[in-house]
Design a protein around this ligand. Structure first.
Ligand code: FE2
Length: 428
């Protein structure tokens, strides 16, 4: 007797008619025609079952604060940072916890199973750190929340940032962050990368830096991040978030840089919605696309996860915790338009991001954690096209969120009486 069986599922790799049996929170079988019984059976109806969505880059201490204390009028990164500086002293730990938990509710309903959130450590009271450690504990049964100690105002530029970042790590924050392009000079930026990577190496932690979130082709901190990763033996544990300056870099320099990144085993986390919205603001026309070189990095063998970065906060007014929105945007901005490329964009918000975060037991194979999402779509590319209803979200073999199938009733003479958006999938 299993706890749960999903019957007649389509898997991300294209297999159809598959049953998935779960017991004690673990997937025990993925095969066709499972005859055993289960306490709960879900008919997937041929729709897509995927491992949960994973958001590898988010700011949960700022989310859902839109309008407090005012709106970002220019829409620029720098006004967003200034606005965040105005909000920080106004908000309480309880308020951050409340907003974060509300966001987690939405994320779970959208099929997100794991989030890497940066948390600002440039605050002597460390309110965000205290709040998100509490949230991490409260949501752990239904959401993996990984926290990054993020010195938003620059670990060297802000006089107490280094001390507060170390305090945050002592309190249990998981990953070392940084923002080298926001330090006072290129030299300080490089020094910040070196010092923060040394801290990660000493403590056995991962690194995820906001790196070169700029249109400046001379913003080359990713080179230092790759060098320090390789020097300190941190291969596979370091991610560069944003990397937007790579878009504007000289092609010859990039031809040297990407192999260095490959050698260092660095991961890349573009944030397509935020990047296309914020970068290129100083351009007239032609106006640059605000995203790093996704195709080139991917083809070189670098693992890429797409992050959402912001939802309804000082930097970005929109967003709904839908990683398929992010895949959709990444696909367009990166012109990833072959069928193979589109399917890869689904990996960028699922398996690739799980790999970057180091999630254990992620996937739909025997022995994996029984964490899944049932989508009203027929395959992964269709999921990106439709950004469909999450019919069921499953965690540790139990349903934790459900939504009814979306069907529109038609009142047209001589036409069908209802429409399922997922019924328009191309024939295999
Ligand atoms: Fe960010």
């Amino acid at each position: 007797m299993f706890d749960l069986i999903l019957r007649n599922a389509t898997l991300p790799d294209g297999r159809t008619g598959v049953d998935i049996a779960c017991r004690d929170g673990v997937i025990e079988a993925v095969e066709t025609g499972i005859t055993a019984e289960a306490k709960e059976v879900i008919d997937a109806g041929g729709y897509l079952v995927s491992p949960p969505f994973v958001d590898p880059h988010f700011h949960m201490d700022a989310t859902l604060s839109l309008g407090r204390p005012r709106m970002n009028v220019s829409g620029t990164l720098l006004e967003g940072i200034a606005l965040w500086g105005e909000l920080k002293p106004l908000q309480s730990v309880d308020e951050i916890v409340e907003r974060a938990l509300r966001y987690c509710d939405l994320a779970v309903a959208q099929g997100i199973g794991a989030i890497r959130s940066h948390v600002d450590t440039c605050d002597d009271e460390l309110k965000g750190v205290e709040a998100l450690l509490e949230v991490r504990s409260q949501v752990k049964d239904y959401l993996d929340l990984q926290l990054v100690a993020f010195p938003q105002d620059g670990v060297l530029r802000d006089p107490s940032a280094m001390q507060n970042t170390l305090r945050a790590l002592d309190m249990g924050v998981d990953v070392v962050g940084g923002i080298p392009h926001f330090e006072r000079t290129m030299a300080d930026g490089a020094a910040s990368v070196r010092q923060l990577c040394e801290i990660a190496a000493d403590r056995g932690l991962r690194v995820d830096m906001h790196c070169d979130e700029s249109d400046d082709p001379m913003s080359r901190h990713i080179e230092t991040l790759a060098y320090e990763t390789q020097r300190l033996g941190l291969q596979g544990r370091v991610a560069g978030s944003h990397l937007t300056s790579m878009h504007s870099m000289d092609n010859y320099y990039v031809s040297k840089l990407i192999p260095l990144m490959v050698e260092a085993g660095i991961h890349a986390i573009p944030n397509p919605a935020i990047n296309i919205m914020i970068q290129g603001k100083h351009d007239s026309y032609p106006k640059r696309r605000g995203m790093t070189r996704v195709r080139e990095l991917r083809d070189a063998g670098i693992t890429i996860g797409f992050g959402s970065d912001c939802v309804m906060d000082p930097w970005y007014s929109l967003g709904k915790a839908d990683m398929l929105d992010i895949a959709f945007m990444g696909l367009h901005v990166g012109q990833l338009c072959s069928r193979k490329d589109m399917a890869w964009c689904f990996d960028a918000v699922t398996a690739n991001s799980a790999h970057i975060m180091g999630l254990e037991g992620y996937g739909l194979t025997k022995g994996s954690q029984a964490n899944m999402v049932l989508l009203q779509a027929r395959d992964t590319t269709e999921a990106i096209r439709l950004r469909p209803t999450r019919l069921a979200v499953i965690r540790h073999g139990a349903v934790i969120a459900q939504a009814p199938r979306q069907l529109s009733a038609l009142r047209l003479t001589g036409r069908p009486d209802q429409v399922d958006p997922a019924s328009y999938a191309p024939k295999a």
